[in-house]
Design a binder for this molecule. Sequence first.
Ligand code: AN7
Length: 370
Amino acid sequence: MAHQWRGVIREYADRLPVSESTRVVTLGEGGTPLIEAPALSRLVEGEVWVKFEGMNPTGSFKDRGMTMAITAAVEQGAKAVVCASTGNTSASAAAYATQAGLTCAVLVPEGKIAMGKLSQAIAHGATLLQVDGNFDNCLDVARKLSENYPVFLVNSVNPNRIEGQKTGAFEVVDALGDAPDYHLLPVGNAGNITAYWKGYREYSQPYTNPHPGAPAGELPAVSTRTPVMWGFQAAGAAPIVLGHPVTDPDTLATAIRIGNPASWEQAEAARDESGGLIDSVTDEEILAAHRWLSAKEGVFVEPASAAGVAGLIKHHGLGNVPTGKRWVITVTGHGLKDPQWALRNADGSDVEPQRVPFDVVAVAEALGLS
Ligand code: AN7
């Protein structure tokens, strides 16, 4: 039978908190394309790859963590799960909870949730509550709910989420043969940078799975090194860059509109241990990178997902980007989640389709073929 990718838990079971008897909840996540980006490669005179996480079942990297979080919740006897979300986590939680037969509650901040994400959560039957507050308030309530009521929290403060998401780093190394020189990605609640760094570290040294029931024995190192980690927050929501929480975060990249990241310290550890940086990019830089990806590389992402590319372009402009290096940039979510940004011109006006009569000569003329 032809091989089908089995989802990140089965593909990487020897490095995840599962045992042989674990009932795996999966939608076939992971195995996403690592795409060479020719225009970015030319820009930096190096080799730039984008890890296109929009190709996951619900359209974002969250699925890697959610398969593990929901699998663990089922194993522990959960009947209900809850999360706070700027959108993608809720879409993913709702889908995986549905497959597992769990009920799912999602708390989203007031307004500013991309419509694609909202409709996913609703389509999958989640109970969606819009909280009168921002993401950080939502996470606070979700945490307290899970401490005091019979619901499991599936935000990335749940270590199973980080475990699942570390498989992104494994796939990069498996595809390239070793870790890249640099790994860039957007930073919101900072779970993903934490997870990638954990994955890269675990792959670079001998590993013994600490989970009870996991196969015993030491696995050899897969990579010879770890990359330098560069994370990028939106300028209006850049608490780690500023060194203090932001009480009223604001950015058009709503996925990373987060003022007090749960994995703040782990993100700083990833930065410092790898000799990297966490910097901010403006909304204009994010939109320019979003346009660059779609118009020059053929990759359509949602705005927040372009923050890593925006960071590379920004630092290239600052002269901080050495030539001859290998760069991997995680682009975290699909452009169809939040497609409106492509329909705006650079000057902010709406893109309008050119209208033509149903006449071949007129169409040929409009296309400049005559
Ligand atoms: C497309 O869905 O926090 O730094 O609640 O959706 O691991 O939080 C989303 C985050 C980047 C930031 N790109 O990742 C949520 C949520 C996209 C995202 C991030 C998010 P983290």
